[in-house]
Design a protein around this ligand. Sequence first.
Ligand code: SF4
Ligand code: SF4
Length: 434
Amino acid sequence: MISSIIFISLLIILGIFSFKRYRQIYQNIQLGMPWSPSNQLKDRIKNTILIALGQKKMFSRPIPAIFHLFIYLAFIFTQIELIEILIDGIFNSHRFIFHLAEGSFAASIYIGLINFIEILSVSAFVATLVFLSRRNLLKLPRLNMKELTGWPAKDANIILIAEIYLISCIFIMNSADLALQDPANSQYHFLLSSLLVPFWNGISFHTIEIFERIGWWGHVIGIFGFIAYLPYSKHLHIILAFPNAFFSNDDAKGKINYMPQIFNEIQSMMDPSFASNSDGSEMKFGAKDVQDLTWKNLLDAYSCTECGRCTSSCPANQTGKLLSPRKIMMDTRDRLEEVGINIQENGSFVPDNKSLIHDYISVEELRACTTCNACVEECPVNISPLDIIVQLRRNLIMEESNSPQEWNMMFGNIETNGAPWKFSPTERGNWANK
Ligand code: SF4
Ligand code: SF4
């Protein structure tokens, strides 16, 4: 009874806590400008299945992809076991689903499933050790860049250690559970846990019972803690990868969207009856802060896994420039969080003399981008750091006139000559006369 009350209380606290945080994230994403994908619904569903569920883009680097797949599958299938844990916790029962199915074919399916989860858990355990080693011992360059120092590095390690803790709890619980059974009349047999049963030899029945409960409660508290921590971590991508893939764009990589503001300006120059800014609101070019980006850009920022595949394939980064597309995404998310807290505390946004450009992302970073799209191509969850870079750069140039001298000459030539070169349009055909 007391156990059920504690479990239900923890569940309610977790529900309230998580609801508040997810609502905050949703509201933050809603701060973005309107945007709608250009692709069909069937293509969006296909993207979700292939990219989010099937992890298709991960396999461009097969070895980390396989280890990641172990952790991913273990995570998915453990959720099935979680259903039974929830029922047992609420009703203070023990292996409710097994006893419900006992004696029928469904009980064999149950035992098969727990055995499968145990195999996946061991694979995930090995994968987690590999991931911890390559991050902390092998010091893989893309996982040890400047933007990952401090909290991001801790965040990655916390989750990996939590995975080891959760898997250990499963095996303590299952092996102790097996050890408590009468060997002559055992109800279920879990292959991998049974290998650990000899460790319980010589320990009293009562002590093993306590350890079984420690394993169970340890697992429950670990899962609850993981769920509560998730929306504060880069591991939020476990959830957001799905909507992010659903809303990802299938436009040709080289396509850079035109600016409606420019279209309206030109239209009004050519046709005076055309109301260029009919709603009377202040016209803005590009994005200076997170509220000027689209909601999809903001969803991208929350979905970033911080894997650094974009940065490791970025030619600007490879040639020693300051630009890291991963940092662009992390900065966007950090600034969005700051703006969200500002709104939460004041009811509406109170200017804080900060902006995404300059205070988070420098002019030097923005200018280094070649718009090659390698980062977009590489991203396993279809994020586009380039879209944010282009919007910020448009603001720099069109609102702040902040561009290098060489670019200004080119802009002047385009304006007066209709081409980047200094020749007049009337001289353009001269080459044919030579
Ligand atoms: S588009 Fe820009 S940020 Fe992305 S890889 Fe190319 S140079 Fe780097
Ligand atoms: S933008 Fe994509 S590739 Fe780059 S760090 Fe984030 S998830 Fe990885």
